[in-house]
Every structure is written in C-alpha cells, then in structure tokens.
Design a protein around this ligand. Structure first.
Ligand code: ZN
Length: 156
C-alpha cells in the first residue's frame, strides 16, 4: 500500500491512450491498492491509472458508497444529459461545468476477473464518465462549457 504521485495537467502521460489489462496479476492488485490509497489521501472521488503514470485501463471510484475498482471499464449505454461542476486531481484548484449523461451503464471486470455491470446516475455517473475519459487521454477541461471555470479562493 502506497500513495503515488499524481500527475498534473501538462504531463504528456495524461494525454495517452491506455492499454487494456489482459491478465490480472499481483502487480495489478498492488496498483489497485495504491490507486485507492492515493485517491483517499487526496480526498478525490475517483482516480484513473494514467493519473499516477500507469497506462492501463483501470479506475477506482468512491462517491461515498464504497470503493469501486473497475478494470477495462466500457460505457455501454447512456441516457439524457445534465450539466454539473467537475474537478480533477490532475487539475488542482479549479472546477468547471461539464455536460454529461444523466444515466450511464458501464461494464468492467473486478479484481477477481469477474464481469461486473454498474448502472449509475448523479455523481457516480459523472465519475464513471470522467474517469473513463482519462483512459483515452481526455480531461474534463476539454469538455468544459465556455466561461464556467472557477478558481478556488485558497489556490489563487
Ligand atoms: Zn480527473
């Protein structure tokens, strides 16, 4: 268990496309543990592997309903649209409004190699979209609505 360094916007690794996980090895278990540790230490609700410099399709999310570990997540269905504030551990001190689906359905595998399906709305739906985007080198700032950026007071 370890806290890893979070890569920040401007780091090229955040712009790369991540590779699918073909085999769940002990190294993947360590990575999942470290990602959760790093996310909780930073008070985040989600973290994608490229944010700690690992180009694998893995995300961890906890919106207050327990830890979700998703390997090779794929958004298979979306419905509706809703605009909300978003922030990212790789873009510290800022937030902006982004339009996301109201409902998403995601298929992934868990650390046991079992297929799991997650259906979500509200914050979990946003987190699933945001973190899945990271795996394709996309940051929320790419999708932010114009003139909606807020810079947090204590970071100015
Ligand atoms: Zn992010």
């Amino acid at each position: 268990m370890a806290i890893r360094e979070i890569r920040l916007k401007g780091d090229e690794i955040l712009r790369k496309k991540c590779k699918e996980v073909k085999e769940i090895t002990p190294k993947i278990f360590t990575l999942l543990d470290d990602m959760a540790d790093t996310m909780y230490a930073a008070n985040g609700v989600g973290l994608a592997a490229p944010q700690i410099g690992i180009l694998k399709r893995i995300v961890v999310i906890d919106v207050g309903e327990g830890l979700l570990e998703l390997i090779n997540p794929v958004i298979v269905q979306t419905e509706g649209a809703v605009v909300g504030d978003e922030a990212c551990l790789s873009v510290p001190g800022k937030s902006a409004q982004v339009e996301r689906p109201e409902y998403v359905k995601v298929e992934a595998i868990n650390r046991k190699g079992e297929k799991i399906v997650v259906e979500a709305t509200e914050l979990l739906a946003v987190a699933l979209c945001h973190e899945t985007d990271h795996l394709d080198g996309v940051l929320y700032v790419d999708k932010a609505l114009p003139n909606t950026e807020t810079i947090w007071e204590d970071e100015k």
